[in-house]
Write a protein that binds this ligand. Sequence first.
Ligand SMILES: [Zn+2]
Length: 725
Amino acid sequence: MNLRTTLAFFLLLAMIPAVSPAGRLAAQAMPPQAPPPQAPPLQNSLGYSDFSTEALLEEKFLAVPDPKLAGEELKILTVEPHLAATPEDRKTAEYVAGKFRAAGFETQIVPYRVLLNQPKVVRVEAWDENGHLLMSGPTREHVAGDSAADDPRVVMPFNGSSGSGDVTGEAVYANYGRIEDFNELAARNIDLHGKIVICRYGSNFRGVKVYLAEQRGAVGVLIYSDPQDDGYSKGDPWPIGPWRPETGVQRGSVQYLFKYPGDPETPGVASTLDLPDSARITNPAGPGGSEPHIISIPISYHDAAPILQALKGPSAPQNWQGALPFHYHIGPGGTRIHLVSQQDYQRRIIWDVIGKIEGSQDPDAWVIVGNHRDAWVYGAVDPSSGTASMLEAAHGIGALLHQGWRPRRTVVFCSWDAEEEGLIGSTEWVEQQGHSLDHAVAYFNVDVGVSGPDFTASAVPSLKEFIRGIARSVPSPLGGTVYQMWQLKPSANNEHRQSNAPPIPGEEVHVGDLGSGSDFTPFLQHAGVPATDIGSTGPYGVYHSAFDDFAWFTQNADPHFVYLQQMARMLGLEAMRMADADVLPYDYVTYAREISAYLEAAKHRASDAGLGSLDFAPAQAAASRFSAAAQRLYAAQAAPSGDLAQLNLALRQTETALLSDSGLPNRPWYRHTIFAPGENTGYAAVVIPGVNEAIDARDQNLAAQQLQVLTQALNRAASTLEAAH
Ligand SMILES: [Zn+2]
C-alpha cells in the first residue's frame, strides 16, 4: 500500500537541490564491482558501556550484503505477479523461508484465513448528454517495450475492499477527495446523493476518498491518476522515464484502515485457521466495520480523460485543474456513468514467514524486522525492493551466526502477506502475539525499500536519534555515509511522514512521524512497540501498476542494486545494535520535547476553534514531569553499569504506558495516545489524536475527556521512568 510514493515524489522532485541529478548519475555510472566506501567507525553509541566489540561485529556484518545477490533475489521475487493468497504468492513465501533457513533462522510459514476480494467483473462506461458513448473500459495497461504488463496473470485494476454492484449516475469531480474538497462541493450546494464521484489520486489515502464520498451519499467512486501528479507533467513516462504512462493504473485497498486494519471480520482477534466463524463479525461493511459498501474502481487517465472533458457545470477551481489538455469542470451534467463491480469475496489463506534467532541473554525481548511480500502485480519497488534488502540483511546476520555470534536479545525477521489489502498479515500476527509483544523492544519496517537514491526515515520520537546513528555507520553508494547524503536533503523526502514537532536547533536531518499505510501500524499503534520505517526514494510513477517490474527498477531506481545493499545494511544494523545494547537506546528526552510541542500546537488549535477554555495545564505539567524523568535516566543510558534488567524493563514499559485501554473515540483498536493515522488523511500521522480530533470536531466535552486520558498516560509514562534506576 504505502503511498508515501506518488505525492511524496512530486514534492521531492520540486525540492531536490542541485547536487542530486549529478549524484544520481554518479550512482548509476558506478560499476558494480567498485569497492564500497567506508564509513568511519563509531566511537560510541547510546546504550553501550563499551561499543568496541559491537563496532567490530558491525564491520563484519557490513561486508556481507551483496548488490549482485540482492539483484538476483529481486529478479526471482518479481518473476511472476504475486497477489496475496495466490499460488505465486505461496511460492515467494517458500523462497523467503528458504533464505531464512539458510541464514540459520528458526523458520515457520504462518497461515491465516482472512476475508479478501478478487475481481470477477470490473466495467466502466460513460455517455455524454446526447447518449453518445464517451468511453468503455477499463483499458488494459500496456506500453510498447514492456511485455511483462501483457502477462495474462496481471490482475485487472480493482480496489481491495471495494463493494460489488451495478450503478449508474451523473459524475461529479472532487479533486483529491480530501475533506476540504468535499466541503467545497457542499459550499456550492452540489448534492452527491446518487452521484458517481470522480477524483484523482494523491494527498490522502484512497480509502479516505471513498469513505468521505460514501458518507455524502455517492453510489460509486472512480479514482484516477492525473498526469500532473505522477505522469507526463513530472517527466518522461515509462518506458522512456520513470513516470506513469497513459494506461497505468494505481490499484490499492480502500479499506477504512483508519478505523482498524487487518482482516475486516476480526478486529483485535487473530484469524488463525482454527478460529470459528462465530468469532467473526457479521457485517464488516456495517457501522463500525472497516469495509466500504459502495463501489470504487481505479482507472488510468486514458479512461478518465473523456469523462472529465465532457463534464459540464461550474469551472473547477484553479488548484483542482490537473494536467490533462482541457479545462476541468466540476459537474454534474454532461456525463452519465455506469459502473459494474463484481467482487469475489472469500476467506482465503495467506502466509507470513517468520524467522527467529533466539537471544542469548534476554530471549523474551524481541527485535523485529519486517517487510511485506505480496504485491498488486510484480511489485519490483513495492515491496520486493524491501524484501531483497531484508534478505541481504538476513544474509549478513546469518554470516555472523555461522561464525558463532548470538544476539543478546531475540531477533525476528518477518515477511508479511496481504499488506496491500489492509496490513493484514502483520495485523493478524500482532493480534496473535498479544502480550508477548509487551517485551518486544522494536519493530523495524521497510516497505518501498528502494525507488531511488534519497534516504528517508520515520520513527517514534524515542528512535529518531537511533536511526540517525545507524545512518552515520552505513556507507552511501555516492561516497561518505547515508547520513551525509541525507543531510543534503534533510526534510524534502516525505510528504506523508512529516514531523509534527519543530526541529531542535542544530538538527541536521529530519525524521518523520509514523501515520499509517504500512506494517508498523499494528506494532506501534495497537501494541505499543517502538517502531521505525525506512526507505530510499526517487521519482516513481508506476506505483501499484503492472509496470512496477524488474525492467522499470533496473532502468530507473537502482541499476547496480547498490541501494538495495545500502538498505540491507541499514536494516541489519538497526536489528543488531538494538539487539545487543546493554541498555535500550530509547531517547525519551526527544519524545517528551515533541509531546510538549504537540500540546502547544493543540492549544493554539483549540483557541482557533473557539475552545479556548480547555485546560491544557495538567497535560503540560505531566509532559514536563515526563521530560524531567527522561533527562535523569538519559545519563544512566549513556553510561550503563550494574544490573540493568530493571532499567531496561522500565524503559520498555514507558512506551506501553502511552497506550490507553479504551483506545481512541470511535476506533478502539487504535490505542496509542500520541500517534494514529489521521481519520481524514489515512497516511499522515495525527499526533495526540484523541485531543486533536475532538478539537477539529469542536467537541469541547470530548476534548476535555481526551486531555484527561492523555494526562493519565503521560503521568504513567513519567512514573515508569521515575521508578527506574
Ligand atoms: Zn507496499
